[in-house]
Design a protein. Structure first.
Length: 185
């Protein structure tokens, strides 16, 4: 197998698959600390959803795919819940769009609303503005490098504003015995 060859990724996938296929066969807990760690891991994985059909989705108020009577969280018979595998096979985390019903635009809007709320600002009214492409001959046209510098400066400004809002939030409400100038009365 050569690094960078077209089949390298496939070979690495097969190699890791078979190296981790029977984890219990190659590693045995030798101390109480290791055994306790394996117990905690197995207990946590018992309740993690392993697939769209897993009964553990019921813990989060989500109906599993092809639900049937008798499903109970923590009683999934999937391979990923068995101690000998400890969650190695398969994909442990599902893409949030598949279970939340939100698109990437929805997640962006949620982050924007959270940021505006944290900064104590309101969103601009989209009805007040008209968006149109800017052509190189327009007076408002800015070259790509300069636009990029403006974007970087905006991000730095937003980051500083967010850090300041978090700092203010951690201080708590101002003391009543301090005047507006910051000196004790």
């Amino acid at each position: 197998m050569l690094a960078g060859s077209k089949d390298a990724a496939r070979f690495i996938g097969y190699l890791t698959k078979y190296l981790t296929k029977q984890v219990a066969d190659c590693h045995q807990a030798t101390s109480d600390t290791q055994r306790a760690h394996m117990e905690r891991l197995a207990e946590a994985l018992r309740y993690e959803p392993c697939s769209p059909r897993c009964a553990n989705w019921l813990r989060y108020g989500i109906q599993p795919k092809n639900a049937r009577p008798g499903l109970a969280p923590g009683a999934c018979k999937g391979k990923a819940h068995r101690r000998e595998y400890l969650g190695y096979p398969g994909r442990r985390v599902l893409v949030s769009r598949k279970w939340s019903g939100k698109t990437l635009a929805d997640h962006r809007a949620d982050r924007k609303n959270w940021l505006l709320t944290t900064l104590g600002q309101t969103a601009t009214d989209p009805a007040r503005y008209a968006w149109e492409p800017v052509a190189p001959g327009d007076p408002d046209y800015m070259e790509h490098a300069r636009r990029l510098l403006h974007v970087v400066a905006d991000r730095q400004h937003w980051h500083a504003a967010l850090a300041e809002a978090r700092r203010r939030a951690s201080l708590g409400p101002p003391a009543s015995d301090v005047s507006a100038t910051g000196r004790a009365a």
